[in-house]
Ligand binder design. Sequence first.
Ligand SMILES: [Fe+2]
Length: 310
Amino acid sequence: MPIRSLHHVSFTAPDIEKTRQFAEDFGLLTVEKSDDHFVMQTGGGDAWCYKAERGERGFSALGFLVDSKSDLEEAIEKHGASEIRELDTPGGGLGVTLTNPEGLKVDLVYGIEGDTPQEVHPELRLNTPALRTRFAEPQSTRPLGPANLYRLGHLGLYVKDYKTSAEWFEKTLGMIVSDSMHVPHNPEQTVVAFLRIDRGEEWVDHHSVFLAQSDKTDLHHISFEAQDFEAQARAHRWLLSREWEPNWGIGRHPLGCHVFDVWFDPDRYRFETFTDTDLLNSGHKTGHHDISTHEMDAWSSKPPESYFAD
Ligand SMILES: [Fe+2]
């Protein structure tokens, strides 16, 4: 069952306006809102990628884009997806919903009409000791404010049964483990995996889904691509000035290599920006690492305890 890319995440939130306000400060753009719901997009041209309805705090669904209507039909025939429905979200399109072994709702969507991409800031031109690129020209300045976000790139999930979940993402959605981690000194017992989308020779992100063995099924974080690290650093200062709560960052993950910055939203879900991610294709061999020797941040080594706590 081929998929093209991660498309969206859906939530329920008690204070819908506060949740939306955080997301706007974070860099998402409101496309639709009422007293009971909102729908948001990045500036990268998607019709939408994040929505929430009023309700108890909860993660409702994740969604992937597929290439054709026949992929939706295949999901029904082979994997027991719900009937095809017309989507009532911006950009229209069609969708079906799968339920994974841990009860997570996974939407597959097709035929959504995208929006006009936001104007971007001029690309950074850097003067390094080895490579000078900018002469008699100051670095272009950008206003302090939300990051320009380009797309929903990946998400992390806590799962109760790592093995069953990983197999489901591999067998049902055709995803591939780029790197995994096992408990100390026991390579047989995998507890963490970074899975990418299988597009053959085409280059894709190191991971679109991150799975971690836990005692619960829940979302750990969602991650959006920002223009560059300048955008991340400025957005970091902006979010501090708006008195939102930082969780971890700015740092760089050794696996996937992206520069990350993680924040809590009002419902204690983690929102991450990332830049400079590794790209892989079918030539990549899966890496398997001992979790006790693995450093999660190439710049500071250890995450704060709150990165894994509720
Ligand atoms: Fe991430």
